[in-house]
Design a protein around this ligand. Structure first.
Ligand code: AMP
Ligand code: DBH
Length: 517
């Protein structure tokens, strides 16, 4: 949490308004009542209805045993019930832990255990996978057919009075892509998050005429808040939920709902750009395509406008806080050649060398940041926090950047032990630990290899004790029950790893094997 002098400054400057997310929806409903808030297939829900659904579900969740301060792991795809669940929890003052639909038993089990979850909310099945038993022994609430668990549909009761949280309290736990053996949970408060939401809606030009398509999984920080569904609710816009992000599904919804803005990751932007010419859809309503989550090349950025007939906005953000946007009125070279500038005049960005000393202006260095919506520590992670934050509270992003004269950020690389697979982050150590658990593996090092579509894919270098096939090791990782994107794309065998002068595995040298190839 922030030191009191910083908190006082953020309140004084009007960033932290003392509003909770539950009150936020109430105020939006009072203002935009009859307007359509969420479109999910044939279901169209107004602001007033959304508000009432959250109150009714909050009552049922309290009856289920959920109280203020409890953590609840929420794993829902892009469905209307996501809004009911998270706003009901916000009103109770219980904290959603935002899992993604791709997560499996290993991740869900970890989130439930680490957050000591009181309940797990999921969907009966999604993309052919049955989610109902992922919570293990944690009481489970299911959207759809509940099996032996509780049906969410049975929890919409008559509203009850709630004492609710304070705006300075934690609102939820967001996930970090991470770089360590286990994922980190990110504690965000009502006050800090809503500041980033309001400011983002403003920067992205959202109004009551905007229609925001949720193409990515809604619980991810980017479609949730940059400006995402919360930004859309702030502005009185209409939210359209896409069940999938393939061009036919997304373009069909853009045409049908007259979508004006959406946010995607670079591989999707590339696929949409390529498909637009071939597809026979009316995309004329689309004004802004946001691209973020991983580096978007200037070449790819230049192709978007002509193909899709819209402007590009680059977004460089992190669930820990700091979000940068190119502005809608920025010149072409800024929009294609940078990852934007921070939301807030009070976002502090430092670019430093290995000794935390500032580099020369314009030079590449490690990005450290601190500000009104950037966390000061991960949830229940004291030892890690001592490394991940400086003593004066700056978050070590693990990104290598340079700043332009105008204060725009250009992402040049990364020093964290992570593979960014088109926006899906793989913590190398997490996968290495799973590989090491296989009897044939003596040592393992997972690194990024370049990929034309995803930007990066993962390659596991393995020193084997005995002959084993790469496919067997990939299956071994997959069988541990974790998100499919973490399975190494490729396995290569070596007799020994290159070492750095101090004797650590030289991952830079391992990555270079691919760049030279
Ligand atoms: P997380 O901390 O898991 O929320 O992931 C945030 C990280 O994603 C950042 O620290 C960057 O490494 C990466 N990232 C997000 N957006 C971009 C972007 N536009 N360009 C390059 N990297 C990005
Ligand atoms: O990658 C991210 O985590 C991200 C990207 C864009 C993010 O959290 C965000 C915008 O808010």
């Amino acid at each position: 949490m922030w030191p009191e002098d910083a908190a006082a400054r953020y309140r004084e400057k009007g960033y932290w308004l003392g509003e909770t997310l539950g009150d936020f929806l109430r105020a939006r409903a009072a203002r935009f009542g009859a307007r359509t808030a969420v479109v999910d297939g044939a279901r169209r829900t107004s602001y007033a209805e959304l508000d009432a659904r959250a109150d009714r579900l909050a009552a049922g969740l309290v009856r289920f045993g959920i109280a203020r301060g409890d953590r609840v792991v929420v794993q829902l795809p892009n469905v209307l019930e996501f809004f009911d669940v998270v706003f009901a929890l916000f009103r109770i003052g219980a904290l959603p832990v935002f899992a993604l639909p791709v997560h499996r038993a290993t991740e869900i089990g970890y989130f439930c255990a680490h957050a000591e979850a009181r309940a797990f909310v999921t969907v009966d099945s999604h993309e052919g996978f049955d989610h109902r038993d992922l919570g293990g022994g944690v009481p489970t609430i299911v959207v759809g057919e509940p099996g032996p668990h509780t049906a969410l549909a049975d929890l919409y009761d008559e509203p009850v009075p709630l004492d609710g949280p304070a705006a300075g309290d934690l609102a939820f736990l967001q996930l970090s892509g991470g770089s360590t053996g286990v994922p980190k949970l990110i504690p965000r408060t009502h006050d800090d998050y809503l500041y980033s939401v309001r400011a983002s809606a403003d920067i992205c030009g959202l109004t009551t005429d905007s229609v925001y398509l949720v193409a990515l999984p809604v619980a991810h920080n980017y479609p949730l808040s940059s400006p995402g569904v919360l930004g859309a609710l702030h502005a009185g816009s209409r939210i359209v939920l896409a069940p999938r992000a393939d061009p036919d599904t997304a373009f069909g919804l853009i045409e049908r709902e007259r979508v004006t803005i959406t946010g995607v990751v670079p591989p999707l932007a590339i696929i949409w750009t390529d498909s637009a010419a071939r597809a026979d859809y009316d995309l004329s309503s689309l004004e802004v395509l946001q691209v973020g989550g991983a580096k978007f090349s200037a070449e790819a950025a230049r192709r978007v406008g002509p193909a899709l007939g819209c402007a590009v906005q680059q977004v460089f953000g992190m669930a820990e806080g700091l979000v940068n946007y190119t502005r809608l009125d920025d010149p072409e070279d800024i929009v294609t050649g940078t990852q934007g500038r921070p939301i807030s005049p009070d976002d502090e960005l430092r670019v430093v060398d290995e000794d935390d000393e500032p580099v020369w202006p314009g030079e590449v260095g490690h990005l450290l940041t601190r500000g009104p919506y950037t966390i000061r520590g991960y949830y229940r992670a004291d030892a890690h926090n001592a490394r991940a934050f400086t003593r004066d509270g700056f978050y070590r992003t693990g990104d290598l950047v340079r700043l332009t004269d105008g204060g725009y950020v250009v992402v040049e690389g990364r020093d964290k032990d992570q593979i960014n697979r088109g926006g899906e982050k793989v913590a190398a150590e997490e996968v290495e630990n799973l590989l090491l658990a296989h009897p044939a593996v003596l040592d393992a090092a997972v690194v990024a290899m370049p990929d034309p579509l995803l930007g990066e894919r993962s390659c596991a270098y393995v020193i084997a004790r005995e002959p084993v096939r790469g496919a067997v090791l990939r299956a071994h990782v997959r069988d541990q029950g974790l998100a499919a994107f973490k399975v190494p794309d490729r396995v290569e065998f070596l007799d020994a790893f290159p070492l750095t002068p101090v004797g650590k595995v030289d991952k830079k040298a391992l990555r270079l094997r691919w760049e030279d190839a």
